[in-house]
Design a protein around this ligand. Structure first.
Ligand code: GLP
Length: 262
């Protein structure tokens, strides 16, 4: 696992966007797994900036991690709306290449199986962007989620409902259920890119990177994946025991790369 410690949120956003842009440049038909929440906002902003300078999304295919159950795509707090506003409407992505779970589906099981099939049909996810909940969840895979789980309906914890209430004008409107890719679905992506910012995420980051693997903190499965990059800012990295080593590794890697160009 590669742990990159960014100076601050801006630096984190630039670094995360650079990893995604590298993927898109090397394979213009890349399949991107995308995330919502406040953390990826800066990453999307940076990708939009790169698009204005020529980064092409015309052949890119995307799959979002999750969507609230029974929230219409037009709802201001739906993840459909979030993605359109903050990313899709500002780049040249084809709407037919965009996939986000349908919170209004009348047959959840059928829809979820179809979502999984579509990911496979498109060749699988090349790089999956991930935020992290304060309880260490990925997508909406709350504590106790099977580490082999696939896309399905999930009940949100009280903590997650409370955390998400800040986006809703009436806290009672926060959905209690969501359709989310499973932990197993996430692990199938070729690369994982986790981003975390701020002191409120420090415990979840510490547990995920350095703690024992457990379904109680679903992000600990990152440790099982062969290609993970965690970009965390100073505040989120605060509790990491091996932060000096992670910084050293990045320095050594940069030196090796520089020498390779000589
Ligand atoms: C929700 C999303 C997650 C996201 C988390 C943290 O639970 N389903 O994908 O990682 O919120 O969001 P934020 O970045 O706003 O802290």
């Amino acid at each position: 696992m590669r742990v990159v410690i960014a100076r601050d949120y801006e630096d984190l956003s630039k670094k995360a966007a650079t990893f995604i842009a590298m993927e898109v440049r090397s394979r213009p038909e890349s399949v991107l797994g995308l995330a919502t929440g406040s953390t990826p906002l800066g990453t999307y902003k940076e990708l939009v900036r790169m698009h204005r300078k020529g980064l092409d999304f015309s052949r890119v295919v995307t799959f979002n991690l999750d969507e609230y159950y029974r929230l219409a795509p037009e709802h201001p707090q739906s993840y459909h709306n979030f993605m359109n506003e903050n990313f899709f409407n500002q780049v040249n992505i084809k709407k037919s290449n965009v996939h986000i779970p349908d919170g209004l589906t009348s047959d959840v099981d059928k829809f979820c199986a179809e979502y999984e099939r579509t990911i496979k049909q498109k060749g699988g996810i090349d790089i999956q962007l991930l935020g992290i909940g304060r309880d260490g969840h990925l997508g909406f895979n709350e504590p106790g989620s099977s580490l082999g789980s696939r896309t399905r309906l999930k009940t949100l914890t009280e903590e997650t409902v409370r955390d998400n209430a800040r986006f809703f004008s009436n806290p009672d409107d926060v959905p209690r259920l969501a359709i989310t890719m499973g932990v197993g679905t996430i692990l199938d992506a070729r690369k994982l890119l986790l981003i975390a910012s701020g002191g409120a995420k420090a415990e979840a980051v510490k547990a995920s990177i350095e703690g024992p693997i457990t379904s109680q903190v679903t992000a600990t499965v990152l440790q099982l994946h062969p290609h993970v990059i965690c970009v965390v800012d100073e505040a989120a990295a605060r509790l990491l025991s091996r932060r000096d080593y992670y910084t050293y590794v990045e320095k050594v890697a940069a030196t090796v790369q520089e020498n390779a160009h000589i």
